[in-house]
Write a protein that binds this ligand. Sequence first.
Ligand SMILES: C[S@@+](CC[C@H](N)C(=O)[O-])C[C@H]1O[C@@H](n2cnc3c(N)ncnc32)[C@H](O)[C@@H]1O
Length: 315
Amino acid sequence: MEILHWSINLELKKEAAEHYRTRFAVNLKDKEPLEIIRQVTFDGVAPNIKIEDIESFFSFVERKFLKGKIRGVGLEVGSGPGTLSSVLAKRDSVEKMYAVEVCRPIVELLMPKVAGYVLGSRESKVIGAIGSFDNIELPDESIDFIFDFFSLHHSDNLEKTLKECNRVLKKGGFIFCFDKARPDYFTRQDLDELLDSEYDDEFKKQIGRPVNQKFTRRMNDEKEYRLKDWLYAFRDSGFPRAEYFYLAKTISKNLIFRAIKIFLSDLPISVQLYFNKFIPSPRFNHKFILASRNRVFVKEVNPFPKEISLLVAYK
Ligand SMILES: C[S@@+](CC[C@H](N)C(=O)[O-])C[C@H]1O[C@@H](n2cnc3c(N)ncnc32)[C@H](O)[C@@H]1O
């Protein structure tokens, strides 16, 4: 598998080297590829997820939400070990996938194993790039589609990152993000509260941090953006049209609610969107929630660790 080396500013390089994911990657290097996928891409919280689940999810999103086809040359930003890039590269319609990730050992040690596992002899369809999504060393208008899986919200400056994505995207191309957009009514204080919340002991142990030491989401380079922050960033970075859907699971402890959600999930999206207005939003006792606009129940999200904000923007 080819690996490219793009320039990364010193501060980001240092941040990535000190990040727990660097140590994590080194510790996982001898594990089975499926174990790497479950641990790194799905944070160890979707222990049964399979490659077929990711394939079904992509097919559903392409069929129901994208105005263009997933084809040609793709780019995944913040790709981790390239799990999703490899799944997309399995498609005959996808010529090749660039997978850019700032954490060097993830690319060098894990990505070749994951690409080999998912793609077999076609593993060269994934090209790893150790680099930053703020400095994509690809020519202008050379990419047909871009996507992200819970990575772009790590950007220090979404507008700057999306401008760089816009630059490399061909006219008529699109970017789709599986990520998190917080509700627009959240104040700066709400977002700070999310960033200053501490990880639990189990997570600290999993990433090798002492349980008696404070470790907050902010200290883990998390950022928080509301839906309106995403939409302004798309608009101001050259994407005239952006859409948002909240992809919700069909699971529920309540049998009746579960049956209703499963029934709704089989309806066309526009019909679902109409009826879903009458389904009350769930009540949460925490603030780790997504903007609920355009909520759609999607069975294909059930195997994933979390519900998903889908943001799609067209150039
Ligand atoms: C929460 S993980 C997302 C999971 C990842 N998509 C996967 O499949 O494993 C966020 C990823 O974005 C990467 N990242 C953060 N900032 C980045 C940047 N400026 N450029 C490229 N990758 C970055 C992190 O190193 C991390 O692997």
